[in-house]
Design a protein around this ligand. Structure first.
Ligand SMILES: [Zn+2]
Length: 88
């Protein structure tokens, strides 16, 4: 999956199937990264309040955006993360 930060502060997650879903900040609260309800995903599972792989992938890698918000991140099927070229 590839994660891209949008200019409006949301994140686009491109799944392996080619669909792109939007991760949106849903409110402040405990900074615990396991507290997934702070973010909403636009995929069908996310819209029904369930954890989804897009959310889990995003949460596992969101800290990287604090270092360079212009970078896109690729996550392999094995969970390995690599930072791609700058996406604008
Ligand atoms: Zn999702």
């Amino acid at each position: 999956m590839q994660i891209t930060r949008n200019d409006n502060g949301t994140y686009a997650v491109k799944s392996a199937s080619g669909a792109t879903y939007e991760i949106t900040y849903a409110g402040c609260g405990d900074a615990d990264p396991e507290f997934v309800s702070l973010w909403d995903c636009s995929c069908p599972a996310g819209q029904h309040g369930r954890d989804c792989k897009h959310m889990k992938t995003f949460l596992a890698n969101a800290w990287r955006f604090d270092e360079d918000p212009c970078d896109a991140i690729s996550v392999g099927a094995d969970g390995e993360v690599s930072i791609c070229e700058t996406v604008r």
